[in-house]
Design a protein. Structure first.
Length: 167
């Protein structure tokens, strides 16, 4: 399996673990152990869970827990006024926190990749407006915490066309 697919699976597993931690009241150690032992790369009740980059899964999950206060503040700011993160549904909250963590603390991952990956995760759980909300919130957050990164690529000059054989 390609490294990008394993990273995508790690992100999905981190979102699922964050959700489970919140609704079941589990701690990060228990969630890490459970997902690595029983979910990641396994088939459970007829549902296959893709192999994931475990180190990245651990980093995202632990990072969200460690930096949750800072992440929540930034995500709250990016959400619509009067609609704080605590009012957002639990899966959506987990997606926004994980994406927020990567944008704020994983500068080694391009902002566009982070946004795209978490919008794709939102599509796995929702078919209404939620993926658009994820896109908007993470885009706003990226523009704040990674100033210029999203704009830099848009303003770059296109590569010159190569001369080819006339047909």
């Amino acid at each position: 399996m390609a490294k990008t697919a394993e990273r995508s699976a790690a992100r999905l597993a981190a979102v699922q673990a964050l959700y489970q931690m919140e609704v079941a009241g589990k701690g990060v150690i228990d969630a890490l152990a459970e997902f690595e032992a029983f979910w990641i790369g396994r088939e459970v009740e007829g549902v296959s869970f893709e192999p994931a980059e475990n180190a990245f899964f651990r980093a995202v999950l632990a990072g969200v827990v460690e930096e949750q206060r800072a992440i929540d503040g930034k995500v709250d700011k990016a959400l619509s006024e009067g609609w704080p993160l605590k009012r957002v549904e639990a899966v959506l909250r987990a997606i926004l926190r994980a994406g927020g963590y990567e944008l704020m603390f994983r500068k080694d991952v391009p902002a566009r990749v982070v946004i795209s990956e978490y919008v794709e995760i939102a599509h796995r759980f929702y078919d209404q407006d939620e993926p658009g909300l994820v896109n908007g919130v993470l885009d706003a957050l990226a523009r704040e915490v990674r100033q210029g990164e999203l704009e830099a690529r848009r303003t770059a000059k296109p590569a010159p066309k190569r001369a080819g054989k006339a047909r």
